[in-house]
Design a protein around this ligand. Structure first.
Ligand code: SF4
Length: 194
């Protein structure tokens, strides 16, 4: 059967794995600074929402390391990320995508207000991690994870690879069984009628 997911060269997959290591390295000091307020624990899956999509190059990392899981296991039922297990743990934790690696940290991002010609900074954090530390607006910038630069690098690599399509893949669609289920009505409709 033809592979239904985009082919990704192995050097691009290697590159994403190195980027993930850099993300972990850069997030570690932010995590240390925020330690007193972080309620992130194994089994808390509030960030693990359903319908997450990632660039095809990140999906390829999961496919490289978890072929058997994707071929034989059931995805988590709709309502939570397909990779959660029954205990609320991630089944691909070591190879989870970028977006999953900084959840729970104090986040900041910059946007340009074209009318006012100024840069606006916004901040946010999981509601469970609000208490136990200074208000977000009082934190130094380096005590927050800045959204943007790593996303930009991933996007540029994906666009360079696929002719600027920026192809994204739904995490749930990586499971063979989920894919088979979605095609079931089609298979039924092609069965010969009696
Ligand atoms: S891939 Fe893992 S860490 Fe990321 S949302 Fe899914 S279960 Fe959570």
């Amino acid at each position: 059967m033809a592979d239904r997911h985009p082919a990704v060269p192995s050097e691009a997959i290697d590159w994403v794995e190195r980027l993930h290591a850099l993300v972990d390295e850069a997030a570690a000091p932010v995590e240390r600074l925020a330690a007193a307020r972080l309620r992130c624990r194994a089994g808390c899956a509030d960030c693990c929402v359903d319908d997450l999509t990632v660039f095809a190059i990140e999906a390829a990392v999961i496919r490289r390391h978890h072929a058997e899981l994707l071929e034989t296991a059931e995805p988590h039922p709709p309502g939570g990320c397909a990779f959660l297990d029954a205990g609320g743990l991630c089944r691909i934790y070591a190879h989870r995508p970028y977006v999953c690696r900084t959840q729970g940290l104090p986040l900041r991002w910059l946007e340009e207000d074209e009318l006012e010609e100024e840069i606006i900074e916004s901040r946010d954090i999981c509601p469970k991690n609000v208490d136990g530390g200074p208000p977000l607006e009082e934190l130094d910038a380096d005590a927050c994870w800045t959204l943007g630069p790593f996303e930009q690098r991933l996007a540029e690599r994906q666009h360079a690879l696929d002719g600027d399509k920026g192809e994204r893949v739904a995490l749930r669609s990586l499971f063979a069984r989920d894919d088979a289920r979605r095609h079931l009505p089609l298979l039924r409709s092609t069965a010969p009628s009696k």
